[in-house]
Design a binder for this molecule. Sequence first.
Ligand code: HAM
Length: 538
Amino acid sequence: MKFQAIKGVRDILPPESALWNRFEQTAREVFATYGYGEIRMPIFEQTELFARSIGTETDVVSKEMYTFEDHDQVDLSRTRSSLLIWESSQPSFGDIYWFFKQVRTFQSAYQRLYEKDEVPRTPDNDSNRQNLFNLIDREAGRIERLARANSFRGRAKEMFLEQQIIEAELPELEKWAVEVIRGLHTVKLGNEITLRPEATASVCRAYIEHGMQTLPGNVKLYYMGPMFRRERPQKGRYRQFYQIGAEVLGQSDAPAIDAEVIEMLMVFFERAGLTQTRLAVNSIGCKDCRPKYVELLREKLREVKDKLGTDSQRRIETNPLRVLDSKSPDEQPIIETLPRISDHLCEACREHFAKLQGELKLRGIEYEINWRLVRGLDYYTRTTFEVTAAGLGSQNAVCGGGRYDGLVELIGGPPTKGIGFAIGTDRAILSIQESGEAAAIGGLDVFVAWMGAEAYPASVSLARKLRSEGLSVEIPPEEMKFKKALGLADKLHARYALIIGGDEVASGQFTLKNLATGEQQKLTEVNLIEFLMGSARG
Ligand code: HAM
């Protein structure tokens, strides 16, 4: 048996992980200068939180979430599993009776847990349980009666007649069993939970849970960590991917907040070495003006329905805005003729978007307006934005964000404004690597090539001193031949080899070899440390 990472997920190994660390560290530094604090959140939440926030019709919620029932009812779950796989084609009465007994066991165990509040008592689950139990009870009397008849030990003729009756009833009981199996699928042993596909919903949940609306000023939070979406894996698209996100929550929706969020993002990208980026912004209106635009869009789309692909055709009814996102070459000329949201914004949204652009110009931020930037999650209002980067092919969005006024309220909190973004770390790192900016990061400073038992203690002690100065040092755990040691130092891409033998220890002068140029020099311990520190800084 050979184990491999699951499709769509991967390991991040050195030296690439050093690049990740530096990227994340830069985010921490930049975000701190804008007054953001880190929030660390659970990796899973109630499914309902994501369904409500992101929207049930979105791709993320409707097909990409990793969802499972969270319970510790091992026995009950096993009983249910055995029933769910019950083979139902032409069962004998004995089969039906076995099924019935198991179902009864499940029913009474489930009822006990229900009374102790140990299974979910949501309205949905309540009615599913009730329907299932009614269904089971409906046939209980008949099955028990047939069971008694089945065990009847009378004369041959009577037994024969009983058998006929039982067999006549079997098809109906088989149908009943199939219905019971369907019902068993609907009752929950535990709450449904989901590996987070994104973190804005969790931030809003935490904001409410911890009463953060009482904090002074805007609440500014950032997070980093893995997210999970069951997408088709390709370059820059994974099933476990990483985001660095930031969110601002509070009472104000001033366009200056949007602009500062975008400024921080672009400053960060620049500092992190992601320089070939493009920022696109848009406004998708608010709950007053967007529904009217969506209706208009839907009408226009219906007129051209025949010319659209099946995905877009479906979206006309479910979520027409998403048609604007389509990458299908055939659909592009049609999309260009569709009404644009900018012509249908209400006065307040129009003003907000104009002010945002003024704020971006004030900050010297280059941007373009993309009227088709609608984003794939339902919670957005007004400002949306996306950053794309070079070297990534089709998955070139390295960051997406926008305003989500009303989301906190939607999940049970007070009226709150919000805006934020999430950077796709995997893609950002890929882009940095493609641009060649990544080359200088990490690596080994010094390889200690020691020879002879008398050189060993001094080498160990010197390695420790160099490391305490922050240099990265490799010292072989066993003595190596000189040539082999230098060969390994080379392969490890060490910048220097420090050669320590008996003579060096005796004279207190160590030989330092620059492995790129081949230059050698003799240095005392103090000078050596000074030189290496200077060279590391340089
Ligand atoms: P999103 O556009 O779904 O927005 O994701 C943000 C970024 O995460 C994308 O631009 C992309 O770089 C990265 N990403 C998404 N899916 C994958 C994947 N399967 N593999 C690799 N990278 C991926 C959000 O998640 C929102 N929560 C952003 C936000 C925060 N809006 C307001 N606040």
